[in-house]
Design a protein around this ligand. Structure first.
Ligand SMILES: NC(=O)N[C@@H](O)C(=O)O
Ligand code: NI
Length: 166
């Protein structure tokens, strides 16, 4: 494939570690709670926030599906807080991230989640916007609320074509 074509890989904890956290209950041993009537998969991810009057907020996103291969022209980052997305169903979704190279995003890296997995971008991680494919998908979003500018966008000189794994 040409240099502007990228094939997504299966999401792994190790590969995603430079960018944030994979949210997956399989990563922890559950703790019993409520006299054994429930069990808790504790501390799956941390949502760090920065800045005066910062709050951690929970929202719900109803996201439309994107055609594949994805034409990626823009990535963004949140300098004041992490951002976590957890799907309300078990459909996979596409996650695109970039290392920072002198204040600009480097070559995108793409991952496809396993059923039920979510992700949390670490503070300041370059990422594509939330990208379901195949069908609309709803997500919980946990990120930073409060004053200040928490969004920086970068438009690439040319689009990248992000392909699902074959
Ligand atoms: N804007 C917003 O809440 N979502 C984006 O940050 C995104 O990562 O999709
Ligand atoms: Ni974001």
């Amino acid at each position: 494939m040409s240099d502007r074509h990228i094939t997504a890989q299966a999401l792994t904890v190790e590969a995603f570690a430079p960018f944030g956290t994979v949210i997956d209950k399989a990563a922890v041993d559950p703790r019993p709670m409520n006299a054994g009537k429930a069990r808790r998969f504790h501390d799956l991810a941390e949502v760090q926030v920065r800045g005066e009057d910062s709050r951690v907020v929970i929202g719900l996103v109803e996201a439309q599906a994107y055609p594949m291969p994805l034409s990626l022209s823009l990535v963004e980052r949140h300098p004041l807080g992490a951002q976590a997305f957890v799907p309300l169903n078990t459909a996979p979704f596409l996650v695109v991230v970039c290392l920072d190279e002198g204040g600009k995003p480097g070559r995108p890296q793409a991952f496809v989640t396993a059923p039920g997995q979510g992700i949390s971008y670490a503070i300041g991680t370059w990422h594509g916007v939330l990208t379901p494919f195949g069908a609309p998908q709803d997500f919980w979003v946990v990120d930073r609320g409060g004053p200040g500018v928490n969004l920086e966008e970068y438009v690439f000189d040319a689009p990248w074509a992000i392909h699902l794994p074959t």
